[in-house]
Design a protein around this ligand. Structure first.
Ligand SMILES: [Zn+2]
Length: 279
């Protein structure tokens, strides 16, 4: 977190030197933790006018000879907006909560399963560029995977998990809650209600506004964002003070640890039990 959200990375705008450093950091993390490239390299390259963007994609193969052909996609966007409105001489928008926190969650899940090898289905760890330019990176990757015939089961996008909600609320919430039985299924395996319904997520159409949406569109499968940012618990959204020292690391660790059995249960269920429903 301290590196991804440091001033050295200059707010990780897509096409910048700062985001290039972030991409190299993620690639090195994948290498070190035995997360393999899914394509020839870790990078999925796309062009936006003059700008070249990179999604970073790693894979953990499933341990079941049949179920390993099915993929669960986990991800978050590692880009941010570069600069924000200057405050006290600081104009670097560090993007710690948005979305270094979700990027780190996805990386940690990758590290966990690459080490434990307890997943029957295969996992893609996907970090997107150009979310802040209109979900361009995830749209490129979702289309490429679909064109390649990937047998995708479901997708989760981790978006802003760096600060806790108040204690009377579920730890996290899911966008598009009623569009599938994902949340109750996840909670069943987690053994508690980690992920709940948040009315504002529906009111603000969050389902359509982050990197899960292109995967839903391409694959017509359950694809949601999970977040612990609820518009009341963090005042630095797209602000130059969205910095590493504002993150709650006990909360992040607790969230990631609670998610692991939930995700693992879904990875290992004999059938694709999470399905779309009419909202
Ligand atoms: Zn974001």
């Amino acid at each position: 977190m301290e590196y991804l959200a440091s001033d050295e990375l200059e707010g990780r705008a897509t096409g910048s030197e700062g985001i290039e450093k972030a991409a190299v950091f993620i690639e090195n993390y994948f290498k070190k933790n035995n997360i393999k490239p899914y394509f020839e390299t870790y990078r999925d390259t796309f062009k936006l006018g003059d700008i070249i963007g990179y999604n970073v994609v790693g894979m953990i193969e499933g341990n079941d000879p049949k179920l390993k052909d099915e993929f669960i996609i986990l991800g978050g966007h590692y880009d941010h907006i570069g600069e924000g409105k200057e405050v006290n001489g600081d104009k670097i928008a560090n993007g710690a909560n948005d979305d270094a926190s979700g990027t780190i969650a996805a990386m940690e899940f990758g590290k966990h399963f690459a080490n434990s090898k307890t997943n029957k289905r295969s996992i893609l760890i996907t970090l997107y560029a150009a979310e802040e330019m209109g979900l361009k990176g995830s749209a490129h990757l979702a289309k490429r995977l679909k064109d390649n015939g990937l047998n995708a089961y479901t997708m989760i996008n981790f978006e802003m998990i760096g600060v806790p909600r108040s204690e009377d609320k579920t730890m996290a919430y899911m966008s598009g809650y009623n569009r599938s039985n994902f949340a109750p299924t996840l909670n069943k395996y987690a053994g508690e209600e980690v992920v709940g319904f948040f009315p504002k997520a529906k009111e603000f159409n969050l389902f359509f506004r982050s990197d899960n949406f292109p995967f839903y569109k391409e694959f017509n499968m359950p694809a949601h964002a999970i977040s612990t940012f609820d518009f009341t618990n963090f005042e630095y959204y797209h602000h130059v003070d969205d910095e590493a020292d504002k993150m709650d690391y006990n909360h992040m660790a607790s969230f990631i640890n609670k998610m692991i059995p939930g995700l693992e249960g879904m990875m290992n269920a004999p059938t694709k039990e999470v399905t779309l429903s009419d909202e």
